[in-house]
Design a protein around this ligand. Structure first.
Ligand SMILES: Cc1cc2nc3c(=O)[nH]c(=O)nc-3n(C[C@H](O)[C@H](O)[C@H](O)COP(=O)(O)OP(=O)(O)OC[C@H]3O[C@@H](n4cnc5c(N)ncnc54)[C@H](O)[C@@H]3O)c2cc1C
Ligand code: FES
Length: 510
């Protein structure tokens, strides 16, 4: 039986109507609620994800959790707790009453208390987090959720409290997201949880033996446990250019504001790098009515990651929105507003944005003598080679149990989830990081959701239609699926993630 949001659960629903595994939409006291059945258990939970408000009814139930269709956050059906990022806040839950063959949803219950699933066995005297991005904030949040009440300091080289970095190449750059959407937390949040957030505070050295971090202003701070979460820096290209050439990068909110300031007066722009970030910038600048040229070394944009078919789709999509590509090409020099390409083409452009990749910010680790290998080497618990020092996010290269390889990725959700796991491990929980990598990228109205990790693949299998932008693409090596990209198929993306999780048996060698 089909139910709509009109169903008032306060009136009750016939218990026979609720099939095992069903998600039924309705409302209680004006709030949208989902009724979910798992075996003999029934749950009443808020209908919207607390990340970007996606409809959880379109998600996937796994055991006693529900997963969001948009960016795969995971909530406990029992408590509403946001178990896995990107959502950090719980969803509401309601009390259920069963009797006379009916289920009635009663009052809303109070938000979950810290889960303390495995009470902390270690209580560091103090915890310092270097970096207040995706991993840093998620870690601080989890430390407090898990009941750690000692001193907790986050140092950030940024001038802005933690913000929604993925949005700086999307809606915010387009001009369609108000500034209020950008902070991940308001200032009260840090005050309430006694998280000391130090902005414009660059750490210049760490001494893992004395357990001290040194700041650019000369200050030295001791720590009981340290989390490095310094992210990545854009790769800088030494393009010959005159001093009046406007060359910009995009990593921080300040970078984004600088691009917007120039874009507001611009007619044309060149984006160097047909990367995810480069192309998202191109889309956002087109939304501002700016003429956009994308220059890239590759034959097909994004081919290395998503293969030729999806790469061609992305190129066609951008072309249909007026982007001009100059592929298998690069910029030779920039003279003021004239950009000269290697093949001799000249383009008139008010500014140039470079999106040619990032490199992990591992200088601190190198200086401190930690083990590094194109990233900071961590074990399954996200511990570095120095006792009491953990690393998470774009800098961490970890043993991925799914691929069997040591990998490092640059995905928002992975960074947050690593921050969460590192936090629990700092408190002694010894939890291996086993999440299946996930990222999303948005190009106009097309969103690509990608689960798994396929550094190299030898074939792709498309299910559905790329042309109608409704498909999944599996990336395979031999007989094995390594990753799946999904367009307009959120549920299949969640199912693919679940299948990768199920394949992994702890301790089984790959
Ligand atoms: C424009 C853009 C768009 C993106 N879009 C997406 C997307 O759509 N989907 C997706 O999955 N991923 C996306 N990403 C990638 C995602 O944002 C990163 O993977 C994620 O932010 C990494 O988190 P992190 O915590 O490792 O680093 P960051 O979030 O970069 O945080 C690093 C922090 O460390 C601080 N720091 C660095 N060095 C020091 C130091 N020496 N001392 C003190 N502080 C320091 C920085 O100031 C910052 O606070 C995007 C990235 C960018 C730049
Ligand atoms: S909207 Fe639910 S995870 Fe992003």
């Amino acid at each position: 039986m089909e139910h709509t949001d009109d169903l008032d659960f306060a009136d009750g629903i016939d218990i026979q109507e609720v099939a095992d595994g069903a998600i039924i939409r309705g409302h209680v006291g004006g709030e949208k609620v989902l009724l979910v059945r798992r075996g003999e258990d029934h749950f009443a939970i808020g209908a919207e994800c607390t990340h970007y408000h996606a409809q959880l009814a379109n998600g996937l139930i796994v055991d006693d959790t529900i997963r969001c269709p948009m960016h795969h956050a995971c909530f406990s059906l029992r408590t509403g707790e946001a178990l896995c990022a990107p959502a950090l806040d719980p969803v509401s839950i309601w009390r259920i009453e069963r009797g006379l063959g009916k289920i009635i949803i009663r009052e809303k219950l109070s938000p979950p208390k810290p889960s303390i699933a495995s009470p902390s066995t270690v209580t560091p005297t103090s915890i310092v987090i270097v970096g207040a991005g995706a991993a840093g904030l998620a870690a601080a949040d989890m430390l407090r959720r898990e009941g750690y009440s000692g001193p907790l300091t986050m140092f950030s080289a940024d001038d802005t409290p933690p913000y929604d970095r993925p949005n700086i190449s999307k809606d915010f750059l387009m001009g369609t997201a108000p500034a209020e959407w950008m902070p991940l937390r308001d200032s009260q949040y840090y005050a309430d949880r006694q998280i000391e957030l130090m902005l414009n505070a660059r750490v210049t050295a760490i001494d893992p033996v004395r357990r001290v971090v040194c700041l650019a202003n000369g200050q030295q701070v001791t720590y009981g446990a340290l989390l490095l979460a310094t992210g990545a820096d854009p790769v800088r290209l030494a393009i010959p250019a005159t001093v009046d050439a406007r060359i910009l990068y995009l990593r921080t909110f300040a970078d984004c504001r600088a691009i917007i300031a120039v874009a507001e007066l611009a007619k044309a722009a060149v984006v160097v790098g047909a990367s995810f970030i480069g192309l998202e910038v191109a889309a956002s600048l087109r939304a501002r009515g700016i003429e956009v040229h994308v220059v890239g070394l590759e034959r097909i944009p994004l081919e290395r990651v998503v293969g030729p078919d999806v790469g061609t789709l992305v190129r066609d999509l951008h072309e249909s929105h007026g982007v001009t590509f100059h592929l298998e090409n690069s910029v030779a020099r920039i003279d003021g507003k004239r950009v000269t390409l290697n093949d001799g083409t000249t383009l008139q452009s008010d500014f140039t944005v470079l999106g040619v990749g990032v490199k992990p910010a591992i200088a601190l680790a190198e200086q401190a003598g930690l083990m590094v290998d194109r990233g900071i080497t961590v074990n399954q618990y996200l511990e570095t080679s120095a006792p009491g020092v953990f690393a998470a996010g774009d800098i961490a290269r970890w043993p991925d149990p799914h691929s069997g390889d040591r990998i490092r990725v640059e995905h928002w959700v992975v960074a947050q989830r690593q921050g969460q796991v590192a936090a629990r491990n700092i408190l002694g929980s010894r939890e291996p990081f086993a999440a299946v990598p996930f990222f999303w990228s948005q190009h106009y109205d097309v969103v690509i959701n990608y689960v798994g990790h396929a550094e190299k693949f030898d074939s792709t299998v498309i299910d559905g239609s790329l042309k109608s932008r409704d498909c999944t693409v599996a990336y395979r090596r031999g007989e094995r699926n390594l990753a799946v990209a999904a367009i307009s198929r959120d549920l299949q993306s969640l199912q693919a993630e679940r299948a990768f999780e199920a394949e992994f048996v702890p301790g089984r060698p790959r």
